[in-house]
Write a protein that binds this ligand. Structure first.
Ligand SMILES: *Cc1c(COP(=O)(O)O)cnc(C)c1O
Length: 235
């Protein structure tokens, strides 16, 4: 496929996704433009990210450090905000802190100090979302802190030099109704804002459930396959 053919496909998919977001904003009686699209570019090449940037995508997300750091380095000249949305291994925190603008997947206390130290070492400030586990039967290690752990985790982020608490991120569980899951998330977010009024970011919704997330107050949706195509690997 030529670069121009790929650009045409991405442009078409992007128009479609932007239309879905706008329709969801209208349906939820939310201001147009209140939801930011994050293109999740994992498994796709830097060339695709460059084309998305040409199409005015400003925010991109990745879930693996090795892949993300390489793409961020290749595309360093572009005005992109890099979101890290995958599980952070403690020994990768310093690397992630060098290129990410936002780490959305902070789900345990040990990452707070590690990311803060990395950010300070790099002379940067990292935006942080605490990831909430919305599954009925929390499964440690799958990503996300339990709802009960969120206040302590958020407090630690807010007090950590080098980090700025932005809000929450969540993935709807595979086996549950996303509407119900995002309603729970919305309540967790409201409680967080009572303690931390500045923490207004709510990252929820993917290709299959962005409408439900926008209805529940998502400020950011993370869309991969609807933009770039179905991934051939399970990641
Ligand atoms: C892959 C991924 C997405 C995007 O999923 P799609 O269904 O392809 O839109 C969103 N969030 C996270 C955390 C992901 O890992």
């Amino acid at each position: 496929m030529s670069e121009l053919e790929r650009l045409a496909i991405l442009s078409h998919n992007l128009a479609d996704v932007r239309h879905r977001i706008t329709a969801a904003e209208v349906a939820a009686e939310r201001p147009l433009g209140s939801v930011t699209l994050i293109a999740i570019t994992k498994t796709y090449p830097a060339a695709d990210v460059r084309e998305l940037a040409m199409l005015d995508v400003t925010d991109v997300g990745e879930n693996r450090d090795q892949e993300a750091s390489a793409k961020a380095a290749t595309l360093a000249g572009l005005p992109l905000r890099w979101h890290f949305v995958g599980q952070v291994q403690r020994n990768k925190a310093r690397s992630v802190a060098r290129y990410a603008h936002v780490v959305q997947s902070v789900d345990r206390l040990e990452l707070v100090g590690a990311l803060g130290a990395g950010a300070q070492q790099a002379g940067r400030e990292l935006g942080i979302c605490c990831q909430v586990d919305l599954s009925a039967d929390p499964n440690p290690g799958r990503g996300g802190a339990s709802r009960a752990q969120i206040p302590e985790l958020a407090e630690a982020v807010a007090n950590q030099p080098g980090l700025r608490l932005l809000g929450l991120m969540a993935v709807a569980p595979l086996d549950a109704d996303p509407v119900a899951a995002f309603e729970i998330l919305s309540a967790v977010a409201e409680r967080l804002r009572a303690e931390h009024p500045e923490a207004t970011m709510l990252s929820a919704g993917m290709s299959g459930d962005l409408e439900a997330a926008v209805a529940a107050g998502a400020t950011h949706v993370r869309v991969g396959s609807a933009l770039l195509g179905r991934r051939t690997t399970l990641k």
